[in-house]
Design a binder for this molecule. Structure first.
Ligand SMILES: *Cc1c(COP(=O)(O)O)cnc(C)c1O
Length: 384
């Protein structure tokens, strides 16, 4: 079997097939060392100096993610936020960036506050409209276009290939937060992205037990060296044990995501016909605004995330979330346990999220159980 014939799912399952050369262990050790021995000639022939720059426990997770995304290099970070903000900190004050109006709420806040006061010119656009991106990008001035697709919590789609063309013509880079799509469903570099970002806290790890982030670069160039330097200088590295847990979680990425997609598609279709639900937001529904773009750049399914807008507004939405038993009321997404969340109340004033919206992260429980639980909660909330 030549390497070319091995699918990404198989590479992930075996963490690239790595075997410890000394012990023949099929699972790697956790390297705890913070520092490495210098050679007698004062050099570092191991390539390792100090563990704020990197750690051997990162290698397997980074190499695997690079292969899954079809990139040149990866870096794992202490959180999704530290991975995302590194992309903006690699720019200079005065640089112009184009970012989505609907995106992960904490990153949006950071861009509107810290990044702006640090000197970046941040322009928020309707990133589900290619013409809005084109109108905002300025040749020679815009340095980074940022997308999140599907975007939290409306799951609006952005056309990666179209945005890449606009960004590159203007001399800007394209970064894509692909946390929700995962490399199972979308490989942004194939569509022209320069940087792919993940909150590895979510699907890549998949078990709601670490906070982690990752960047994948399309090229190992000067810009990539800058991102690597930012991680080493700020020390936004992942702990060794967390890096090990991330690799352990990534081994089951493909079956977990495939299961969640099937389940989410079935739930979306059933809830779309539910008398107490106003609207279902899910890229896999033909009636969804972003469905055509989703079909173009998503394969293997449309993701494990959907939102439902509850008839009766905010009160009915909160009352429904209060009455679920199997779904867990908690923030975050992409874990094996299904989560439900009233997003508007966590995002606070200024949120573009509708008040009647409940965000659903579909895990790997039986889909029929998840339907029945939310159905009984909707009925009990309605009759309360
Ligand atoms: C969770 C999340 C982030 C932030 O990641 P953390 O690991 O929580 O820092 C960024 N983008 C998206 C889409 C997310 O869901």
């Amino acid at each position: 079997m030549t390497k070319k014939t091995v699918s990404a799912a198989s590479l992930a399952a075996q963490a690239m097939g790595w075997i410890d050369p000394v012990t023949r262990a099929v699972v790697p050790p956790i390297h705890m060392a913070s520092t490495y021995l210098r050679d007698e000639d004062n050099g570092y022939s191991s390539g390792r100096i100090y563990a704020r720059a990197d750690n051997p426990t990162f290698d397997q997770a980074e190499a695997t993610l690079t292969a899954l995304e079809g990139g040149a290099k990866s870096l794992i970070f202490s959180s999704g936020m530290s991975a995302a903000t590194a992309c903006f900190l690699a720019l200079a004050p005065g640089d112009h960036v184009v970012v989505p109006k609907v995106m992960y709420w904490s990153l949006r806040n950071w861009l509107a506050t810290f990044a702006t006061s640090w000197g970046l010119k941040v322009e928020f656009v309707d990133a589900d409209r290619t013409d809005a991106i084109a109108a905002a990008v300025k040749k020679g001035v815009t340095k980074l276009v940022w997308l999140e697709t599907p975007a939290n919590p409306t799951w609006a789609l952005s056309d990666i290939a179209a945005a890449a063309e606009i960004a590159h013509k203007a001399g800007a880079l394209l970064g894509v937060d692909s946390t929700v799509a995962t490399p199972v469903l979308t490989r942004p570099i194939e569509h022209g992205a320069d940087i792919v970002m993940h909150s590895a806290t979510k699907y890549l790890n998949g078990h709601s037990d670490i906070i982690a982030g990752a960047l994948v670069g399309a090229r190992d160039d000067d810009h990539w060296m800058k991102l690597r330097a930012i991680r080493a200088q700020l020390g936004t590295i992942l702990g060794q044990t967390e890096a090990w847990l991330l690799m352990r979680g990534m081994r089951t990425l493909y079956p977990r995501v495939a299961w969640a997609c099937r389940s989410a598609q079935s739930l979306a279709e059933k809830f779309a016909a539910h008398p107490m639900i106003e609207e279902v937001l899910y890229p896999g529904l033909p009636s969804f605004a972003g469905h055509a773009v989703a079909r173009k750049q998503m394969t293997n399914g449309f993701g494990g995330m959907l939102s439902v807008r509850i008839k009766g507004g905010e009160r009915a939405a909160v009352a429904t979330a209060a009455r679920v038993e199997l779904w867990k009321r908690a923030t975050s997404l992409g874990g094996v346990e299904s989560l439900i969340e009233h997003r508007a109340s966590i995002e606070g004033p200024g949120t573009p999220c509708p008040p009647d919206l409940l965000r659903l992260s579909v895990g790997v429980e039986e889909s029929a159980d998840l339907f029945e639980d939310l159905d009984q909660a909707l009925k009990r909330a309605h009759n309360a």
